[in-house]
Design a binder for this molecule. Structure first.
Ligand SMILES: *Cc1c(COP(=O)(O)O)cnc(C)c1O
Length: 403
């Protein structure tokens, strides 16, 4: 399925031949009127589902008051959002951006400037990991390090040393007089829902403390509820110095954020960074509304309960269809299903069952339901998976029988 030849959208996405016109909760209605169960959440963005009434009301109200203000002036609602994010995290300061890549750009700049301001501009290199994903700008692509994304765009930006995820010796070997920090996702999303042991994160923290490095967590995908707590670092029990957020932060309205301790941010002064749209009143209203909902008591209990249920049910399907699926992985509602059949075929087969999922690295299919998903919706998604698996198993039997 490819996009129509008459499209004027730059053909950088392999789009499915399917478009949507409205959504409610975990459900989407296609332009042809068909209903789909959305376990993509716009790739971990619509954490509260589609058209959550509190978010709709917050944006509608803000739309009648003020759409945009420059950062030349105070931002009362931005102050409130930043204070709430700091209260809920390790951070003292927040910079608002418009996307994950921009939040990461700020994190990289904060990390480099920290050392430069202390008289060590030569300490600018950042250690990153294989199969990471940090964004599509030139700097975040260099941090991502994936040859297939870098190809054709000139020399990758200097300053990133990539090592194998989980290999502490490799991290130590890569650490030198030019190292500024270590950048890691608490749980790799695009890379295939790949995790490193908690002990590895603890060791990275220690290494940073021993060598005066900053530990930077890219929580663009894991943050704001996805892994069963507001931030994934809390579940790992290791606190970073700098953290990027984006995807779920605005519940579907574009906003990113870079959070840092006062110490880590000590190099950032008036003029050292900026953004025209960053912290835009509409974006900030959406993000404040997301926090209103997520910070209500019991919200994350629900996410964890649904996580357990989904993982158990998926594991039982994996057991019954070893020729189609091989493993369930992930945390909270960032769940990966490692496929035996090509993951792109599985995503397409699930779409035929009216269930939307997202592919990832390592032949994994991501289940990213809105965090407000119900037990009944999880059961429905698993029924769709069962049907798809049965079809794969059936066609394999037929192939084996030479039909
Ligand atoms: C999606 C993602 C990004 C990039 O976010 P954009 O908003 O697409 O720029 C960066 N890091 C991680 C971990 C992501 O999942």
């Amino acid at each position: 399925m490819t996009q129509s030849a008459t499209s004027h959208l730059l053909p950088v996405f392999a789009r499915a031949d399917l478009g949507f016109e409205r959504g409610e909760g975990c459900w989407l209605t296609a332009t042809n009127g068909e209903r789909y169960l959305d376990f993509t959440s716009g790739v971990a963005v619509n954490a509260l589902g589609h058209c959550h009434p509190h978010l709709v009301a917050a944006l509608q109200e803000q739309a009648t008051k003020l759409w945009h203000m420059s950062n030349l002036f105070k931002s009362p609602d931005g102050e409130r959002l930043a204070a709430r994010l700091c209260e809920q995290s390790f951070a003292d300061f927040v910079f608002f951006a418009n996307s994950g890549a921009e939040a990461m750009e700020c994190a990289i700049k904060v990390t480099r400037k920290f050392h430069a301001a202390k008289g060590h501009p030569e300490r600018y290199r950042i250690i990153t990991f294989d199969s990471a994903f940090h964004g599509r700008t030139l700097a975040t692509l260099a941090a991502t390090g994936s040859p297939k994304y870098l190809e054709g765009f000139g020399p990758p930006m200097d300053g990133f040393d990539q090592v194998t995820l989980g290999d502490l010796d490799a991290v130590k070997k890569a650490t030198g007089p030019h190292t500024a920090g270590i950048l890691i996702e608490p749980l790799q999303g695009e890379g295939g829902v790949r995790a490193a042991p908690h002990a590895f994160f603890k060791a990275l923290r220690q290494l940073c403390d021993d060598n005066g490095l900053l530990l930077v967590f890219d929580e663009v995908q894991t943050g704001v509820g996805r892994t069963g707590d507001l931030f994934a670092y809390k579940r790992i029990g290791v606190t970073p110095d700098v953290m990027s957020l984006a995807k779920a932060l605005g519940g579907g309205f574009p906003i990113g954020a870079c959070l840092a301790t006062a110490e880590a941010a000590s190099g950032m002064t008036p003029g050292s960074h900026g953004s025209t749209f960053g912290g835009n009143p509409l974006a900030v209203a959406a993000a404040n509304a997301v926090l209103d909902v997520m910070l209500k008591p019991g919200f994350f209990d629900h996410v964890q309960k649904m996580s357990l249920l989904l993982k158990q049910k998926l594991a039982s399907v994996v057991d019954r269809y070893p020729g189609v699926l091989s493993e369930v992985r992930g945390e909270g509602l960032l769940i990966g299903l490692k496929a035996v059949v090509p993951s792109t075929d599985l995503v397409a087969a699930l779409r035929e069952q009216k269930l939307l999922t997202v592919g990832a690295g390592e032949n994994v299919v991501r289940f990213l339901p809105p965090l407000i998903v119900t037990e009944a919706e999880i059961e429905e998604s698993v029924a769709c998976l069962e049907h798809a698996c049965a079809k794969f198993a059936d066609s394999r039997l037929k192939q084996a029988a030479g039909q």
